[in-house]
Design a binder for this molecule. Structure first.
Ligand code: FDA
Length: 432
């Protein structure tokens, strides 16, 4: 596959009045890269996956169809002291991930950087780093700056159930996690489980990465977050690339070649939503949350901390605006199997109820959301002149004031709205 095939696909879909859907890794939460309710042509970028790492220049070019695992692998193949700050799941496609923002275990230290591309102009280049590439065209490749990582990093995973005081520890987590040194990252996963007495309970797992030694890792935790009860035996030293596997859930000594496998780890159905938290949720709020989570059979939540460099990057630096003032991002997930799919509505109703419950505890005006955790419940474009006002509803949640700049750019580069989906940026039209 060569670049001219992409041009031909665009030409062909214009000629036959078909929508164009671009798929890189296919991880869109609502399947917008491969599902549409009108006839469409799917441009599959899988074979556009070349990666060239240039250690002397501290950079890498990679094509949009590469997955994050391939990108991390190719960097580590060339150097043990270079890395890149992006998502945790190795099978995510870089095409969608980068164009929607993209954060992972080094977000507190590096925030995320991509090099400029003079030929398309600064404005459009701004838009495709967080504004969703699908609204503006087809991204063929990105050039990124590598970031320094130490030859040895340290990780731990420590869990608490409700009986072991999870609520108090999680409350303390919220007080400290965005204030830690930027080399320290602790992500929380929350899921229902069964305790030793056979009763249902909640398990809160704390997974940590420190860009330094186990000794310094432990010392930071014991100074600032003693309540977690981490001991020296919990902290394990490894290379940065092995920590990528650790955060992807591979903890049994799997080879780093696992990162090259494009098969998604999770096969099944899910519906996800997201929030940003700006003040600690009180323990009484957490108690109510546990009740709802215990009702949802296969629910899952993640807290991903901000602070550090994220506090220094202005909201308008790229379209992704969720910076200073956010302690952490929440992702809610309801999962179900093929057999349970006839009851999909039950699971979707459950997660909507959970989202309603959380309203008092999360960001307001707007209640912000993360584009890469796409949620069509926030609103969808119509095919009418009302699209702009419809898009304002969800667009302001994803992009805050950057939405207006995205609309302005869209109006200039794609006034006929050729590149569109249910949540693409609409061109501005006077509404009568
Ligand atoms: P996909 O191919 O489905 O594309 C997503 C969107 O981007 C679609 O609108 C598509 O049309 C558009 N697009 C794709 N390629 C394009 C191109 N070349 N040019 C123009 N438009 C293009 N996020 C995160 O920040 N941190 C994380 O740790 C994780 N973890 C995670 C785990 C799992 C299991 C999943 C399923 C998802 C995540 N995500 C995430 C979310 C992820 O970043 C998000 O779903 C990305 O959009 C996925 O990009 P893909 O290319 O895989 O998706």
């Amino acid at each position: 596959m060569v670049e001219s095939h992409i041009q031909a696909a665009i030409y062909c879909s214009k000629t036959f009045v078909l929508q164009l859907r671009v798929r890189s890794g296919g991880h869109d939460y609502e399947g917008l890269s491969f599902v549409a309710d009108s006839p469409f042509l799917m441009l599959d970028m899988t074979h556009f996956r070349q990666i060239d790492v240039n250690i002397e220049e501290n950079s890498a070019w990679f094509q949009a169809g590469a997955i994050l695992g391939e990108l991390y692998y190719k960097i580590a193949e060339k150097s043990k002291i270079h890395g890149f700050s992006a998502g945790l799941c190795p099978t995510i496609g870089v095409g969608g991930h980068f164009s929607g923002g993209g954060f992972g275990p080094m977000v507190r230290k590096y925030g995320g950087r991509i090099l400029t591309r003079a030929s398309m102009g600064e404005n459009l280049f701004w838009a495709i780093r967080g504004g969703g590439g699908a609204s503006f065209g087809v991204i063929i490749a990105y050039k990124i700056n590598l970031v320094p990582v130490p030859p040895t990093v340290s990780v731990f995973s420590v869990s608490k159930t409700l009986e072991q005081g999870a609520s108090k520890v999680l409350y303390r987590y919220q007080e400290v996690v965005d204030k830690f040194h930027e080399d320290l990252f602790i992500r929380v996963s929350i899921l229902p489980t069964t305790n030793q007495s056979g009763n249902k309970t909640i398990l809160v797992a704390f997974n940590s990465l420190f860009l330094g030694s186990a000794k310094d890792h432990l010392s930071l935790i014991q100074t600032n977050f003693l309540e977690l009860g981490v001991q020296s035996k919990d902290c394990k030293e490894m290379s940065w690339i092995q920590s990528v596997l650790f955060f992807a859930g591979y903890t049994n000594g799997e080879s780093i070649d696992t990162l090259l496998d494009r098969t998604p780890q999770f096969k099944g159905y899910f519906k996800a939503k997201s929030d940003f938290v700006q003040a600690p949720i009180p323990e009484s709020g957490l108690e109510g949350l546990w009740k709802i989570l215990l009702e949802g059979d296969t629910s899952l939540m993640f807290f991903l901390p901000f602070g550090g460099k994220m506090n220094e990057i202005p909201e308008s630096a790229i379209p992704f605006p969720h910076r200073k003032g956010n302690i952490y991002n929440i992702q809610y997930v309801a999962r179900w199997t093929e057999q349970e799919n006839p009851q999909a509505e039950k699971h979707i109703a459950w997660i909507r109820n959970l989202y309603d419950y959380m309203a008092p505890y999360v960001s307001k005006n707007p209640r912000a959301s993360y584009l890469n955790y796409r949620d069509l419940d926030l609103g969808q474009n119509g095919n009418t002149k009302r699209s702009y006002s419809q898009a304002l509803v969800w667009g302001f949640k994803y992009f805050k004031n950057n939405f207006f700049q995205l609309v302005h750019l869209k109006t200039m580069v794609d006034p006929s709205n050729f590149f569109r989906n249910e949540q693409s940026i609409p061109p501005f039209k006077m509404e009568v």
